[in-house]
Structure formats: structure tokens, C-alpha cells
Design a binder for this molecule. Sequence first.
Ligand SMILES: Cc1cc2nc3c(=O)[nH]c(=O)nc-3n(C[C@H](O)[C@H](O)[C@H](O)COP(=O)(O)OP(=O)(O)OC[C@H]3O[C@@H](n4cnc5c(N)ncnc54)[C@H](O)[C@@H]3O)c2cc1C
Length: 652
Amino acid sequence: MPPFQSVFCMHKFNPYEPTGPLENRWEKHLFDLALIAPQNRKKYNIIVVGTGLAGASLAATLGEAGYNIKSFCYNDSPRRAHSIAAQGGINASKNYQSDGDSTWRLFYDTMKGGDFRARESNVYRLAQLSCNIIDQAVAQGVPFAREYSGYLANRSFGGTQVSRTFYARGQTGQQLLLGAYSAMSKEVASGRIKHYSRAEMLELVIINDRARGVVVRDLVSGEISVHTADCVVMCTGGYSNAYYLSTNAKGCNTSATWRAYKNGAYFANPSFTQIHPTCIPPTGENQSKLTLMSESLRNDGRIWAPTKSSDCEKNPNDIKEEERDYFLERMYPAFANLVPRDVASRALKGICDEGRGVGTKVHDQRLGVYLDFSSVIEKIGIEKVKDKYGNLFDMYERITGENPYQVPMKIYPAPHYAMGGLWVDYNLMTTIKGLFATGEANFSDHGANRLGASALMQGLADGYFIAPKTVANYLARNQLDEIDGNHPDVVSALDSVRARIDKLMKAPKPKHSPDYFHQKLGRILWQACGMSRKKKDLENAIKEIEKLKSEFWQSIKVTGSEKDFNQTLEKAGRVADFIELGHLMCHDAIEREESCGAHARLEYLSENGEAKRNDEEYSYVAAWEYDEKKEHILHKEHLHFEFIKPSVRDYK
Ligand SMILES: Cc1cc2nc3c(=O)[nH]c(=O)nc-3n(C[C@H](O)[C@H](O)[C@H](O)COP(=O)(O)OP(=O)(O)OC[C@H]3O[C@@H](n4cnc5c(N)ncnc54)[C@H](O)[C@@H]3O)c2cc1C
């Protein structure tokens, strides 16, 4: 195992958390940030990598303010970013339901949901900005669901006892992205944004310790080019695809954030990954994708498994009520089917491990429990259920061939979201000066577990309201020279990209496809660094990943040419980065000798299987630094709780 070292001092990475009353911190900070006068903004160039919700909202806002933006995405349009997959909704503490919601409650729920492993100042700011996001989206024409009265409708998501989730049927992400994309398109038309689709960032350009540009490969022509600017913002999404099978779009990857890590940006809490409880179970060993069924379905669907394992093969409609175990309602009467995702996922896995799972056997185990809508259909009628969830039910039927209005859905947990990501300070700047990270790409405000409908909130708070101000502050406060295209650091960034592509194309004994390695990595991570983790398994996983890495560079087989459209080459580069990230994830999981949120270390669970935190020793953000010799160096950002007292999470 390569050595890693722990550094307790706070040198390079200061979170710059403001002080004073919590509710005034953001406003006071905004006042302290330097501004750039409107007539001077056109002198500044900003690169935005990634145009999902976080990137499109940021590019649009900066463009509208008058800056010159270059934006990049690997999709064929910003509209195809993974953000369009978001189904269930976006949280905001508008309290339209008058059910006791408030900024403070959203803040508290998010801190508690994350098992007290996030920064108070950031999370409070997020709760404050939540309402502005809804206003912004409504002004753009996002068609949120409405009540008969005309008020925007809300529903509930896990980990809360109020209804604060705004939604557009089961397409909230898509509708929000259309809003942000329209705003961005206006700036493209005005010339303030120059956008490049099908362009993958493969390297960061660092000059005088500052992020000054990116090296990009045109995915259609294979052409490599350099783009320089005054600063760079990474909005490149999450890395759940490290597990191979996940609910993320197939293209989601870590390559941009991994390049940042290798260039000096710290990577925070990499092992904090969320396994979502309500996904369509795998049905075979060669599956390449898993599908989420939105958490909103837990509002009305009741989760159960047969009480007797001998009933697991029966038609669920033939199992009598008294023979059904509504296990979440039994275990957690207060929150019942709406417990947070980590709690629900562990409970589901426990039931299947007991041998009470249903559905097809994969690796000799039935991986599924029922999500049943018969009670709500009886109560409000099929038409109202169709209104609420119609498109989700249709999607389920298209994938499984079963009609969920008649037979309960089957669900099982799957990798879904990365709470870990690039470490950022209160200004969303990484440890590389001039490199910012927003949305799922940063380590975010969700601590050790994200609550449902909070990712869209965070990405859009970052993009519309926070980064536009903090990026401007950075530009205003720093004297940045023009960059010559022949600068040695530009040339060396270009050379390193060419050398890496060459290495991928010319492995000594080319034999296996990128998917071969990716599947292997996914299995290692799922077993050792998935829903439950154990020191010994993680240590073995590290050795296996090291072996896999050297096998990869010996025998990766990339067909076709690098000077052309080549998806095998794209995948190979991404898998190489996932392998290295997987290595870091396991280190991070070993080092954290406690359970918290989604990070369930089997050695540190309470008697009834709940996560047992160790606040005295582990109340910190683990921020990892890349070091060529030592590989990973751990730094700790200690978390201070001035306004709330971390408590044992109790959803009973
Ligand atoms: C199935 C599903 C449903 C979800 N539902 C919800 C929900 O209801 N509510 C909620 O709050 N959250 C939900 N989430 C989470 C949420 O959708 C994501 O966290 C969020 O959309 C991420 O947005 P983003 O802008 O940070 O990243 P993305 O939308 O992933 O965008 C990343 C962008 O970066 C670009 N990119 C990446 N790497 C590179 C590179 N190297 N070079 C160039 N471009 C690059 C991509 O092309 C893309 O434009 C869901 C997630 C999934 C998987």
C-alpha cells in the first residue's frame, strides 16, 4: 500500500468561512467582495468547462454580466448534459404549504441529512438562496407543477417532514436545464459566450501557480487545441460511474476533476458516494446501465418485502397483507418510507442479504424489494396517480415490461451521486488559484449524504448566485498577464495530452477494451467501497486496483485512430482516470474510521445497524493532495459547529 501522510496544519487550504451571525454571513461577504464595473467586464476571459445545470447557469449569468466566456462540453449540446436526467425536483424553503418550513429548517435538515460533515456557513447560504432559484426559474418560464389555486405545488422528499420540493412532473432537471440553456443561448447569440460542444477537456494549463487555460480534444475531428483565459471554472459533474453500473449518464466521468487533482487541486471526501435506494434492480451480469426511479415515488409508494423467504418467488399480488413486511414503516415509524437515502439503502440491502429479496437472481442473490402503489391508487384513484407520476410509471413499464399500476415496482440501491469532489473554499475556489468548481464537481454542501432534490438546488445556487460574484472578485483582485500561446507551460500541457493519447493507443500488449477494465473496477469498488465498507476489504481492493492499473496500461486496446472520431479512445482515457480515483476512494474510506451518512464502515455501526459517528476524531473534511512520490497526502479541514449541535441522526 503506498504511504500517505496526514497534515494537520491549514496552510494552502483555508476555507475562508466568514464569521458573525450565520444569517448575515453571505450578505456581509457579498459586500466585501470586489466588483468589476460593467464597462470593464469585457476585458476579462473566463473558461467554463461543463454546461449542465451548474455550468450553463454560470456561463449565462457571467455572459449577461458582460464577461467573455468560452464554454465546453463533451455532449453534442448543453441540453444533453446529465442534468436532464433529474426527475424528482428541487428544494426551496418557500413554505408555500405553511407546514413549518423555513431557511433554518432547510439548513438544519441538510446538515443533519449529511450527518454533520458539512460547513455551516455554506449550507446556510444554500438554504437562503434556495428561494431565489425558484424565482429565477419561474421568470425563465420553467413549467413547475401548480396547485389549482395557481401556487407552485410541492411534494416531500426523504429526510424531511415538510413539503418543499418543486417539480415539473418527472422532468425537473430537463425543464430547469432548458431554462438555463435558453439564457445561455441568448449570450451565445450576443457573442459573449463562445460555446464548444463535443469538446473534451483533457488537461489544465497552470502558469505561475494559477489556472490559466485548458487543453481540449475535439471529439469529432480528434484535433487538440489550447484555450487560455483569466480563470477556469469546472462544472463537470459527478463520478458515480467509477462503479461502472450507476444511474448516471454513460458519459459522466471524473477526467476533468482528476486532471485538476493531478495538477494540485485537493480532492475532498472522495469515498462519500451516494447509493440511491429506488433504482430498477439489475437483471443480468452484463448490464451496462442502471435506471433511477425518482425518490418522489416514496411519497406515495410503500416499500415492502415478503415476511417469509419462501414467498419471494410468488406473484406479489398473491401475498396477503399480513405476510408483507413494510420494513421501513416498521423500523422508522416517524419518517417511514421517507427516511434519507443512505438509511433506506442499507435497510433494503439488509432485507436482500437476509434472503428476502425478490426478482431475478444475479450472482445467486435476488436483488429487489417492492415499491407498491396499490394503497394510493385505491385512495386517490388511478388518474391522480397518473398526473403525479405518469411518465415515471411509463418509463418503468418500458424498461421492465411490467405495469406498475397493476404489479408493484421492484427496486434496489444503485450508485447515484458523489458528495465528494474538488475541495473548494467559501468562494468555491479550489486550492489552485483561479480554478473554481461548482455543482456536483465540487465536494459540495451535502456532507456525508445528500438529501433528495438538493443537488439541483446546490448546482443552481453555485451557478446563478455564488460563483458569478466570487469569480468577479478574483478577477478584480488579481493582476493577470496576457498569455502567449508559446509559453512553456502551455506547450508542456499540450505535450502531456499528446503523450497520454499516444500511450493509450500503443499499449505493449493490446488485448482488452476499456469496458473490460471498467467492469472489473466497478465490481471491486461496489464490493469494497459501496454500501458497506470494512478495513480488510478496502486494503485488498487497493491492491486489486493497483494490479488492474498496471494491467490496463499493458493491455488496453484502443482501435481506430486518435485523429478521428474515436469513442474507444474517449472511454479508455476516462477509465484510466476512474482507476486512479477508485484507488483514492478506498484510501479515503480506510482512513475514516467511523460511520457517517453514506459511509458505513461495518466496524463502526451501532447494535441496530445505524451509522456511528466519531465526532471527536473525524469531524473534518478529508482533503487529499496528489503527490508524485507519496501518491495521496491527507489534509484535514476541521468542521466547527457554532450554531447547531451535531446529534445522533434519529429517523425513528
Ligand atoms: C437519474 C438521476 C436523477 C436525479 N434526480 C435529481 C433530482 O430530482 N433532484 C436533484 O436535486 N438532483 C437529482 N439528481 C442529481 C443531479 O441531477 C446532478 O447532481 C446535477 O444535475 C449535476 O449537475 P452538474 O451541472 O453539476 O453536472 P452535469 O449535469 O453532469 O454536467 C456536467 C457537464 O460537464 C461536461 N463535462 C464533463 N467532463 C468534461 C470534460 N472533461 N470536458 C468537457 N466537458 C465536460 C458535460 O459535458 C456536462 O456538460 C439526479 C441524478 C440522477 C443520476
